[in-house]
Write a protein that binds this ligand. Structure first.
Ligand SMILES: [Zn+2]
Length: 280
């Protein structure tokens, strides 16, 4: 198995919204806000290459929205998705599976683009795009709270182009990749767990998007059911500490991965590392 991370692009979000009830005096120790109280967040994908599969976990925002929208999000290109894959010698048509942890715009938009005629096409034409039925139903018939995060142009083409399939139950996705479901941030979010030799990597998705979200009480205001998130996080962190797993941060500008330690004050970051350090 080979593992690569791709820093697709960064965007900015309100620091207060990213940390819910946590006072700015505390979260600003993790993340420096600009004059508009915005903090930068990475859009980081994980590539899992096995003997017979190339799996991509989450695909960033994509390029379909109007320039004003992308500017509003302060998108800054880093490696790019397709160009990032190319640096590892992977062509878009070689991707066999796209696992979408959930369907908020910053996780799934990069899977669909427009052709010259502004018709939606698959960025990864040979891949199956996986999510859960629970998340799909929630996304295509959104509640008012999440509606702005679900963009129809990201979602409907997946179904129309026959790309979409559902992971029906937690457990083994394929050799080396396990799936768990969590529901506090949004119903039916997927947490992939990757076994790499004797090590294990947990893809934090929006359950633990940055190292600043490791403490159980530090959660995003975007979470639909915060008490549920706290319970789910507690369970994951216990298991991570117990088994010496490493956590992968999808939205963290500073750290790709880290170990977790349990202190008197609760869970904290142990040793931060790059994915390359994890795999070496
Ligand atoms: Zn989300």
């Amino acid at each position: 198995m080979e593992l690569y991370s791709i820093d697709i692009s960064s965007f900015k979000a309100d620091g207060g919204a990213m940390f819910g009830v946590v006072p700015k005096g505390i979260w600003s120790k993790f993340f420096k806000a600009d004059e508009r109280n915005l903090i930068s967040l990475m859009l980081r994908s994980l590539v899992i290459k096995t003997d017979d599969r190339v799996i991509l976990i989450d695909v960033g925002i994509g390029d379909k929205q109007h320039e004003d929208y992308l500017q509003f999000l302060h998108i800054e290109e880093h490696e790019g998705l397709v160009s990032g894959l190319a640096t590892h010698g992977i062509k878009p048509e070689e991707v066999t599976d796209v696992i979408l942890t959930h369907l908020h715009f910053d996780h799934c938009g990069g899977g669909i683009t427009y052709n010259w005629n502004r018709e939606p096409i698959a960025v990864f034409p040979e891949a199956t795009y996986w999510t859960t039925e629970r998340q799909w139903d929630n996304a295509v018939n959104p509640n008012p709270r999440e509606a702005d995060s679900y963009l129809p142009e990201n979602l409907l083409p997946m179904q129309d182009l026959g790309l979409l399939d559902f992971i029906e139950r937690p457990g083994s996705f394929c050799e080396g990749v396990d799936i768990r479901f969590v529901n506090g941030h949004t119903p039916g979010q997927i947490i992939p767990i990757i076994r790499y030799g004797s090590k294990t990597l947990v893809f934090g998705a929006d359950l633990i998007p940055t190292h600043g979200h490791i403490p159980v009480k530090y959660n995003m205001a975007y979470d639909l059911e915060v008490l549920r998130t706290m319970k789910e996080k507690q369970e994951f962190l216990e298991r991570i500490v117990e088994n010496n797993y490493v956590l992968f941060f999808q939205h963290d500008m500073l750290y790709e991965c880290a170990t977790i330690v349990k202190t008197e004050k609760g869970f904290r970051m142990g040793t931060p590392m790059t994915l390359r350090e994890f795999t070496s």
